[in-house]
Design a binder for this molecule. Structure first.
Ligand code: NAP
Length: 293
C-alpha cells in the first residue's frame, strides 16, 4: 500500500485559522495586533521573496509586519542597530533576521542582538544551546524544525523509542530537528556529506528527515518499509512543461519513496507551509507573553 500523505498545507491552514482567531482576540485586548519585525540585508531575490511571503501571511492572519530593508553594503553596526530598534519597539513582539546575511556581516553577532523574548525564529545562539541541553527550555524553537515535528506528530505515531535519521546538520534545519527528535526520546543519527554508506544508515530508520538541498537524492529503496519520511528539501528543476520553466522537488525521490514509506510529505505542500505558520504562531505566543509581563 502506498504511503499516506502528510498534508502540510491542510495542517498549516488549520493552525493559521486558529492563529487568526487568537490574533483577533489579542488585538481586541491589547489595542494593537501582534507585530513581527523583519530585517532584510541586501537584494537576494530568494530572501526578498521569503520576506514578501511572510508579510502576506502576517496580513492574512491579522498580524502586523514591519520590514527594515538595508542595502547589501550595510555595516555590522547598521544591521545590529536595526535589530535593536525592533527590540525597543513595544509594538514589535517578534524579530526575524532573514538569513543568509552578506558575507561581511558577522551572523552570530547580529543574531545575538535579538532580545530573547522576541526570538520568534528560535535562532539566537542561546536558544539553540538551550535546545541541546537537558533541563533547559528555549524561549522559542526554530520554525522549520518545529513544523517538521508537528508533521511527524500528525501521523499519530509515537516518536519515543523510534530510530530517527536526520540527513543534514545545518544550524537552521538539520541540527535543531535532530535535537528536537532527541528531546522527544527518539534515538537519533545525524548524517551529512561525510557520512559513509548513507543508504545503509537510512535503512534502519523509522523516521527519516531529509534536509540536504539535493534534488530527489534519497531513493525509495534506501527506506525501511513503513517509515515516516519528512522532506524538507526545496530544489528547483528545469521543467519545460511548466509555465515558469521549472518545478520544485524535494530531497526525496517521491514516487519510489511513496511505494515503501508508511507516511510521507510532498514538495511543495509539505514542510514549506509549516515554516511560515510556525513563525506566525511564535509571534502570537511572544505577543501574549508580553501582555502577561
Ligand atoms: P545547508 O545549510 O546547505 O545544509 C545541507 C546539509 O546537507 C549539510 O549538513 C550537508 O552536510 C548535508 N549534505 C550535503 N550533501 C550531502 C550528501 N551528499 N549526503 C549527505 N548529506 C549531505 O541546507 P539547509 O539550509 O539545511 O537546507 C536544506 C534543504 O532544505 C534545502 O533544500 C533548503 O532549500 C530546504 N529548506 C526548506 C525550508 C522550508 O521551509 N521548506 C526551510 C529551510 C530549508 P555538511 O554539513 O557535511 O556540509
Amino acid at each position: 500500500m502506498p504511503a499516506r500523505i502528510i498534508d502540510g498545507r491542510s495542517v498549516a491552514q488549520r493552525i493559521q485559522s486558529e492563529i487568526k482567531s487568537a490574533a483577533r482576540d489579542f488585538t481586541a485586548q491589547a489595542g494593537a495586533a501582534p507585530g513581527l519585525g523583519v530585517v532584510l540585508v541586501g537584494d537576494d531575490p530568494a530572501s526578498a521573496m521569503y520576506v514578501r511571503m511572510k508579510r502576506r501571511a502576517c496580513e492574512r492572519a491579522g498580524l502586523r509586519s514591519e520590514a527594515r530593508i538595508l542595502p547589501a553594503a550595510s555595516s555590522q553596526a547598521e544591521v545590529e542597530c536595526a535589530v535593536r530598534g525592533f527590540n525597543a519597539d513595544a509594538n514589535i513582539h517578534g524579530i526575524l533576521v532573514q538569513l543568509p546575511l552578506p558575507d561581511h556581516i558577522d551572523e552570530e553577532a547580529a543574531l545575538n542582538e535579538i532580545s530573547l523574548p522576541k526570538d520568534v525564529d528560535g535562532i539566537h545562539p542561546l536558544n539553540i544551546g538551550r535546545l541541546g541541553m537537558r533541563g533547559r527550555e528555549p524561549t522559542f524553537t526554530p520554525a522549520t524544525p518545529t513544523g517538521v515535528m508537528l508533521l511527524i506528530e500528525e501521523t499519530g505515531e509515537t516518536i519515543e523509542g523510534k530510530r530517527a535519521v536526520v540527513i543534514g546538520r545545518s544550524n537552521i534545519v538539520g541540527l535543531p530537528v535532530a535535537l528536537m527528535l532527541a528531546n522527544a526520546n527518539a534515538t537519533v543519527t545525524i548524517c551529512h556529506s561525510r557520512t559513509r554508506d548513507l543508504p545503509g544508515a537510512v535503512k534502519g530508520a523509522d523516521i527519516v528527515v531529509a534536509a540536504v538541498g539535493r534534488a530527489e537524492y534519497v531513493k525509495g529503496d534506501w527506506l525501511k518499509a513503513g517509515a515516516i519520511v519528512i522532506d524538507v528539501g526545496s530544489n528547483s528543476l528545469p521543467d519545460p512543461d511548466s509555465e515558469k520553466g521549472y518545478r520544485y522537488v524535494g530531497d526525496i525521490e517521491f514516487e519510489s519513496a511513496r511505494a515503501v514509506a508508511g507516511y510521507i510529505t510532498k514538495v511543495p505542500g509539505g514542510v514549506g507551509p509549516m515554516t511560515i505558520t510556525m513563525l506566525l504562531s511564535n509571534t502570537l505566543k511572544a505577543a501574549r507573553r508580553s501582555l502577561n509581563e
